[in-house]
Design a binder for this molecule. Sequence first.
Ligand code: ZN
Length: 234
Amino acid sequence: MTLPSWRETEVGDHKLGSMARAALWLIQEVGEGKIFTVARLREAFPDIAQIDRRMRDLRDHGWEIATSREDPTLLQQERRFVTRGKDVWVPGQAKGPNHKASITNAQRARVLQADGYLCRTCGIANGETYEDGVEQSALNIARRQVTLPDGSITHQLVTECKRCGRGSVDRSVDLREVLSRIDSLAPLERSVLSGWVKADQRTYSSLEVLWGMYRTLPEESRKAVADALDGTDD
Ligand SMILES: [Zn+2]
C-alpha cells in the first residue's frame, strides 16, 4: 500500500489532519531511528501553529518520539523518531482507543488494588482533600515509561491522582539506575531498605530511633553518648 504524501491535506474525500501529516512526514522525511529538530518540523508545516503538539499526540497512538529527557544523547531541540505506531492517516485509525481508553476495567481494578488505592506519587487516597484544602483527589491509572534492565522501554500502569498527573514533571523511570544503586548498598542499608519495601512504607530503623533520642538530649548527655561511641571505636 502506498502512503499518502505528507504534503497532501486530503486523500480522496478523506481529509488528512495535522497529526496524520506529521506522522507521514516522520516516515517520509525523517525515517525510523533518525533524529530531527523541532525547527525542521516547523519549517515543513509553516502554516500549522502547534505542529509539535500535534506530533506529540501521536504518542497516544503508539508512536514513540523521544526527547532529550528520554534519550540523553539528544540536544534539547532534537527529537528521535523511535518507532511508528498506528496508521493514523487511515480513516478511523486515529480515532482508535488512546492510552486511557485502552486500559480495561479489570486492569484498572488490579492496578488500584496493587497500589493500595493510593496515588503512588503523593500518597493521597481517592476523594481525600489535599493539604492545601483546595480540591479533592481523584485517582487515575497512568502509563509510566519504564526503561528495563536490558535497556528496552516499556510502559507500566500505576495509580496516580489527577493533580500529580497534571504536572509536566517527567516521571519516567530507569530501572537500571534503581537496581545499580541497590547493588552499591552496604549490607545494613540493604536490609533496612528491604524492610521498607516489604512494609511498603518507611519504617524507623533502630538507628533512626536512636538518632531521634540523641537529638533531644541535653549537652552533657549528648557528650556521654559521643564518648560511648568513641569507646566502641577503640
Ligand atoms: Zn498524587
